[in-house]
Design a protein around this ligand. Structure first.
Ligand SMILES: NC(=O)c1ccc[n+]([C@@H]2O[C@H](COP(=O)([O-])OP(=O)(O)OC[C@H]3O[C@@H](n4cnc5c(N)ncnc54)[C@H](OP(=O)(O)O)[C@@H]3O)[C@@H](O)[C@H]2O)c1
Length: 267
């Protein structure tokens, strides 16, 4: 199976490197198409993949295409590749805000379509990728998407109507989590903890708590209660959080991101 990555930026690199590492595809079956000569040189040297700057040629040689350019470049690129696209093509797009309907319009009705919303944690092979498939996609197409993105994290299929919420939570989420991490570091610095130590302790605490809750499926409210012994240190901190409007602020943060996602779709 030959896979063409159209756009070989950081998201494409995260997927292709993890897919090679996991044995989902071999380097010689991958074509990385990018207009940036430096990116092509890097992909060829680092991963041993075939490189080109010709999207139509990529579509002629690869029946699976992963569209990984910025959303504003997607339409022009699909127009360029369109004459080469057939019913035998599977087009997987990670372009934020590009709906299945918009992809169909730009790519023509022929290729089978799957839309994916990954996140930046793909770079640490701990990504969260959510996908939805057009009616013309086959079970094998979904399976391939799950294997490709699953080599760099978790994968979930959801109906496209949830994609604004998905974009807000897992797509933009790494920035929100980093914001909280920054607040933890600043708080620890105010307590005179050295900067390096504060960053390590904050990051490892977020990672460890996330992994534990994910692996056990434990209810977060119950977990918070279990960590906080009566009149202890955690309870003292939680009393401040409980009096704050943090949960409401987080809710508004996600709502704003989802609303922007809906807006971009219409642009
Ligand atoms: N980053 C995230 O957290 C995230 C999350 C979810 C989804 N996404 C989506 O993932 C996609 C890729 O994002 P990214 O962060 O990997 O972007 P990126 O690093 O900028 O990669 C895109 C690459 O495509 C190249 N390109 C542009 N036009 C091209 C063309 N006509 N033919 C071939 N290559 C072309 C770009 O070259 P130039 O730099 O020279 O333009 C760049 O090397 C975007 O659509 C984004 O919405 C990103």
């Amino acid at each position: 199976m030959k896979i063409g990555f159209i756009g070989a930026g950081k998201m494409a690199e995260a997927v292709l490197s993890a897919a090679i590492e996991a044995g989902v595809c071999a380097p010689w079956d991958i074509t990385a198409c990018d207009i940036d000569a430096a990116r092509r040189k890097f992909a060829e040297k680092e991963y041993g993949v075939i490189v080109t700057d010709d999207a139509a040629q990529t579509a002629r040689t690869c029946k699976v295409l992963l569209l990984a350019v910025k959303p504003q470049d997607a339409d022009a690129l699909l127009r360029e590749a369109r004459p080469a696209l057939t019913e035998r093509h599977l087009l997987i797009s990670i372009a934020a805000g590009k709906t299945l309907a918009a992809l169909k319009k730009a790519a023509g009705g022929k290729p089978r379509l799957v839309r994916v919303m990954p996140n930046l944690a793909l770079l640490a092979q701990e990504g969260m990728s959510v996908y939805c498939a057009a009616k013309n996609a086959k079970a094998a197409d979904k399976h391939l998407v799950a294997r490709l993105f699953g080599s760099a994290g978790a994968v979930l299929e959801l109906p496209e109507r949830h994609f604004d919420a998905v974009t807000a939570l897992s797509g933009s989420g790494p920035a929100f989590v980093a914001y909280f991490m920054r607040a933890l570091i600043e708080g620890a610095r105010a307590l005179k903890l050295p900067a390096d130590a504060a960053a390590l302790l904050a990051g490892q605490t977020l990672i460890g708590t996330g992994i534990y809750l994910q692996n056990t499926g434990r209810d977060t409210a119950e977990f918070i209660k279990a960590v906080a012994s009566p009149k202890g240190t955690t309870a003292a901190g939680l009393a401040v959080l409980d009096r704050s409007d943090l949960r409401e602020v987080v809710g508004r943060t996600l709502a704003a991101a989802a609303a922007r996602s809906a807006e971009l779709k219409r642009a």
